[in-house]
Ligand binder design. Sequence first.
Ligand code: AMP
Ligand code: MG
Length: 315
Amino acid sequence: MTGTDLALATSLLQSGHLVAIPTETVYGLAANALDATAVSKIYNAKQRPSFNPLIIHIASADEVVKYVTEFSPLAQQLAKAFWPGSLTIVMPKNDTVPDLVTAGLPNVALRVPKHPITLQLLSLLNFPLAAPSANISNTVSPTTAKRVAQSLGDSASYILDGGKCDVGVESTIVSVLENQVTLLREGGISKEQIEAAIGVHVRTQADEKITAPGQLKKHYATQKPLFLVDDMQDALRNHQTKKVSVLLFETMETTENQIPYLLSSDYNLSEIANNLFEMMHLADEDNSDFILAERCISEGIGRAINDRLLRASVR
Ligand code: AMP
Ligand code: MG
């Protein structure tokens, strides 16, 4: 069932049920993060491997201290700069957080989402919400309530409808451990923005071999093959005879066999991110044989877009 009944969402979560919630990034499938039985339902509903930890959503930065052994000055600075917002901060966890949430890791991922309905919901609850994206694992993430229902059916007891997500790609994840900030996943907030806000170098996987657990190579996958190309003009010339869906970042001429999805008419990165998953869903549903997408420029949120496209693509 889909709707905007906050009281119903609250009581379902209080009794250990799953509720899908809107955030500014993508929809989340939420459960009481402190109730391991409720959390286990998330893994079941999503068919998510148990080694892939969950992000905990809290109402404000004041709540961090309840779940960590140390809320370091650096982490506090990040929270102050970006919360509510699309930055997830990984910190050393305390015993309040069930091991199932962190997949056995000693650290917990926390975020204050920026969506009025979900912030209101969090303030009505006396526990935080564990919430990964509200879709079956490895499929394209949902940015509308309709896509949640399509992917999960009735396994969410309720879908709280908050309209289309603003950002459209998942949060950026950084760890703040031993006074070092390390980028674990590209997302809505860029490395440059983080460095500008705290004046500290953000390490990346290029600096060191650190990966976020559960960051699967194949993820966000469409049913149809999706091919990532370096030059769309070129690719369109080479694929004139086959029926193909094309994800375009700017206006481009296509032929009869090419079904265009205009993510942005002028290469606006926020717009591309915002439309990415919904257009991937639409391209998956049309009558083409495969999907073509162009590699995005590697700057700001463009890197998050490339990350999602690469994981969705046939290699
Ligand atoms: P999703 O909410 O589906 O976008 O997935 C959450 C992602 O957050 C996981 O795939 C992990 O890579 C990352 N994550 C969650 N908890 C942790 C943690 N404790 N340490 C590092 N990464 C984490
Ligand atoms: Mg996900």
